[in-house]
Each structure stands twice: as structure tokens, then as C-alpha cells.
Design a binder for this molecule. Sequence first.
Ligand SMILES: [Zn+2]
Length: 169
Amino acid sequence: MLRPIVRYGDRVLHEAARPVDAITAEIETIVKDMVETMYAAPGIGLAAPQIGVPLRIFVVDLSVGRDPAGLITMINPVFVERDGMQLEEEGCLSIPGFNATVARPQRVVVSGLDLAGQTHAVEGTGLLARAFQHEMDHLDGRLFVDRLRGIKRDMIVRKIRKLTRAGEW
Ligand SMILES: [Zn+2]
């Protein structure tokens, strides 16, 4: 089932998500819906808070569904390693229409549970490392604009407020 993607300003995006206690049928449904919603957007990553669910789950697929092996599901993920730095343009399905250059690690290793409850660790470099860090931030209630400084951040936040007041957000 497709779920609506909540936007910047919705409380659930700005608070830390809770760990998943057990992988129940409900969690399986949430993950299935997240994948469907991510592909439909289309996007390369989605965190549970983005569909209004305050749990520590994210999905990433750089192939956006084209490669069956491309889907990565992470439940209760943690960083095992983080190295280097990259500067690239980035956006977010919860902040449509805005992009900014964000500093991210060049390489990360993330470990978490898959849907079968097995621990798996996945290494990502470049875009995958960026996606992992972006989604991990969502689980801590942090959006890419929160990683920007000063003027750039203020400009985006001001425009979002204006759109919100106009009922267009
Ligand atoms: Zn995002």
C-alpha cells in the first residue's frame, strides 16, 4: 500500500525514532509499504518517519526497483564504520523542490536487522554512503537542511514557511 510521505515541519520528522522491539507482521507490512512508496515517489531511500511511523527502519535501493538485488532493508541500524568526506547535491522526498550541497562521509558500513531478523552489515561508498547517512539522520530526527549552515538553511526554511502559510506545502 502506498503511504503519504510527510513533509518538513511534520513533528515525526523532527524527533528521534524508537527501536523496533520485534519483527512482527505489522513491521513486515510497514517495510513493504515503505518499499512501494519509495519506488512510486520515485526515490532511492526512505525512512519510516517519512511515512509517519516513528520507528528505526529505512530502505535504500539505488536501482529504484530495477535490480532485484538492489533493495537494502535496515531495522535498528547502527554505523560500524564511517570514513572520508564527500560534497554533493542532495534532496529529500520530505522536502520536495529543494536541493543543497551537503557534506557526507565517503564510505560507511551500516549494520542492522533484515526482515528475517538476521543481522547484516552493508558497506557503501559514494552515493550509497550518502543515502545511508541521509536515512540514518532521519531516524535521529535530522533532515538535510539541518546539516546546512546559515544563509542557505534560512533561505530554504523561509521558503517552506511561506509555502506552508499559502497552504501549498
Ligand atoms: Zn530524506
